[in-house]
Each structure stands twice: as C-alpha cells, then as structure tokens.
Design a protein around this ligand. Sequence first.
Ligand SMILES: *Cc1c(COP(=O)(O)O)cnc(C)c1O
Length: 342
Amino acid sequence: MEKKNIDWSNLGFGYIKTDKRYISLYKDGKWDDGVMSEDDTIKLSECAGVLQYAQTIFEGLKAYTTEQGKIVTFRPDLNASRMKDSAARLEMPVFPEDRFVDAVVKTVRENAAYVPPYGSGATLYLRPYMFGSNPVIGVKPADEYQFRVFATPVGPYFKGGAKPITIKVSDFDRAAPNGTGNIKAGLNYAMSLHAIVTAHKEGFDENMYLDPGTRTKVEETGGANFLFITKDKKVVTPKSNSILPSITRRSLVHVAKEYLGLEVEEREVLFDEVKDFAECGLCGTAAVISPVGKIVDHGKEICFPSGMEDMGAVTKKLYDTLTGIQMGRIEAPEGWIKEIEL
Ligand SMILES: *Cc1c(COP(=O)(O)O)cnc(C)c1O
C-alpha cells in the first residue's frame, strides 16, 4: 500500500478529507448493514432533529503505526461502550458495540494510506458519531438516525516538546448537576465554546471547570480529565458523575497501579487542595497527557513545583509508559491494542 504524500510531522489538527467513511442508517426500528462511501457530504431535511434540538453524540480515537509496523487502534471497545451510554442518555438507538468496532476497523483499513508512519508523531484521528436525521419539530427524539465514522490525519500534539500550559478557573460551568457532563454529546461542547474563547482572549490555554453544584470541587477541562500527583507520588484523579469518563485517564490509572506501582486515589478533589499537589496533567486521546504548570483563580496563581519548562517526573513516567504501550515498545495488557488486518 502506497502512503499518501503528506508531510506527517508538520500536520496540524484540522480536517483533511480522506477517501472513505462508514455510514449506517437507522429506520423503522433497525440499523441497516452499513456501507463505505466516498461522499463526504450529508443531505438532510432542514428540520432534522440534530439541527433543531442537537440530538448528536460522538467519539474520538486514533489509529497509528506501531514500532513493529502494525496499524492499530487503542481500546476501541471502550469507545463503543461509552457511545452506548451516550446514546441511552439522549434517547438514541444504540449502535451495537461489535459493529462499532467493526466500523472503526473498516474505516481505518480503507484509509490505510493515511495512517502516518511510526515515529512521525502523527496519527489518523477517527470520529464515530451519530445524529437524529428525520424532521422533528415537536420536542421528541428522532425516529431516524445516521451512525458514521470518518478519518482525518492529524499532526503530533506536541511540536518541539510538551511545554506545560497555564489554565484558569472558569466562571462558567460545562455541565449541570445530574445533566449530561458524563456523556460525549455535542451539546457539552457548544456550551464550552464561549468559555474557551474567553479564556484564550485572556491568555490562558484551557479552563478548569469546578463542580456545578457547589463550585468547590475540581471537575475537568472542556475536553480532558485531570490527573494530580501528590508530593509523596500518589496519583489523584477527581471522581464525579458530571465528568466524562476518559479512556486515557482510566488507562493511566491502570498503568500507575500495575506498571509503576503507584498508589491511586479516585475521589472528590477540593479546589482548596490543588495548591498542595506537586504535578498536574490533563488527559485525553489527543495529547495522552498535557502537563499543567500553572492554574490561575481570579488573579491568585498556583504554580506547581514541576515548573513551566518540563513535564513533572511522575507525569512523564506515566506518559512514557502509556505511549510505550500504545506504540508497541512495552507489552500491553490483554485486549488494549486492536490490530487492523489490511
Ligand atoms: C473526550 C473527552 C475526554 C477525553 O476522553 P478520552 O477517552 O481519554 O479521549 C475528556 N473530557 C471530555 C469532556 C471529553 O469530551
């Protein structure tokens, strides 16, 4: 297979159309068999449920080339099961989990020429998503849906090293108590746009959201979960029912315990204790871990001892171990790496 002529290391994070996408339609109470299509456009009713009432959910994962030259994805079964939970919460039909994984595999296979080579730092980003497609004007769930997966090549997340970022404590909330914070719904991102544009205008990289009920506990950022390291090298990660259950965070917790022998606490984290932590990172598929150097709460600065130049030492160990597992340099736990047979 001939790779596309792309400058992999200098790719950004933008949409690039690839050759094929997976499409399955839901109608009369069932999903059809699904097809691969070259058409990157969608024709919809002006009154489609997704356009009027935002009935849409998504997932995000990556395909990449390992050290052994295999094309793989990382724990796609967890994306399938999280999408099932998202669908249930928005009254959408579930796309069967085995078919989800199969759709991901097909999309990677038919766009294999876009999977970046090992060592480039680039990956093929996969975007499974589902939306209500038939006309809905009275407020109710749609009767027809589309489940799709497209792929787009994206560049290395850290160009020239993982520099720690500065984040602010947001005055906005990303999720309501008992709302939809724990599912991957487009509506959560629509909510976060004003907050992130505001943060960027003020010179911050990201927002820290507090729990919407009491605003005393740490939740997450717009698209990544928090991981803190205590001065005695314990890993602490916030627990809340309005946090999106990050697959990267859950994998890092396993790595911390089983590979690095670290103690892990998944519990409520008061904002007041953040100043006592030694290191802080954000975890998600895109970066695996982004180090946080500084958190600013209305002018009051919390500067982590790890500083603004490098990832903290424990964070770095977690990062190196998980990326080593993903890239085939370190043995993976059973079932974590899904090889795509070409
Ligand atoms: C997708 C997402 C994450 C990261 O989840 P991963 O499965 O690790 O990619 C974290 N927070 C929010 C709000 C998200 O939407």
